[in-house]
Design a protein around this ligand. Sequence first.
Ligand code: URA
Length: 235
Amino acid sequence: MKLVKLIANLGYGSRKDVTQLFRSGRITDADGEVLYADDVVPYETIRVDDEPLDPPPGLVLMMNKPLGVTCSRKDPGRVVYDLLPPRYNVRSPVLSSVGRLDRDTTGLLLFTDDGALLHRIISPKAQVSKVYEATLAQDLRGDEAELFASGTLMLETEKEPLAPAVLDVLGPRHARLTVTEGRYHQVRRMFAAAGNHVETLRRISVGGLTLGELPLGEWRAIDADEVALIFSGTA
Ligand code: URA
């Protein structure tokens, strides 16, 4: 791909803007030599204003999503994309969240610009487990683990019962739930179906990938080994 298009696709500006960056000598190699639009150079040697280029397409990020931000670009309030560098929001291919977390859910949220990867992660066929920790408004009754594992739990407005899910009780009002689907408000609706109400909800892992020490509200790129972890231990 020609350099102008490649750099424009990374969100540095329109092709016209990037052509202007070349003309102004702001695009150089690692030694500070000015590059020209027709040059053919390794990606990692390119600098814009002495800074390495943003990562190439195939980008995968993880975020520890904070409270109060939504995953919809259309939401008029604060959205998860506001927490990423502005350039990441004008890249082509587009960077999207992998599924969604509710405004009031915190924890592990993935982003990628790789559509095939995104579909592989969210496809129910892939059986990628998602682990949530919930605190509840009322004490657990004791029958929830059986109900959630049954494979027959039907949520209102759904046509198919939920796939079996695993509940680990961590305290009277504290539980960990492992699901392999990603239906709308699934975890909150599951506890509602068991007569309870989720007060706080946090996703702690997707497949074998966990949040680790990533602070709330922060994000980082993940590498191929970490992407492979998402699919580890899945069918
Ligand atoms: N289930 C929910 O109810 N909310 C989320 O954000 C994720 C799973």
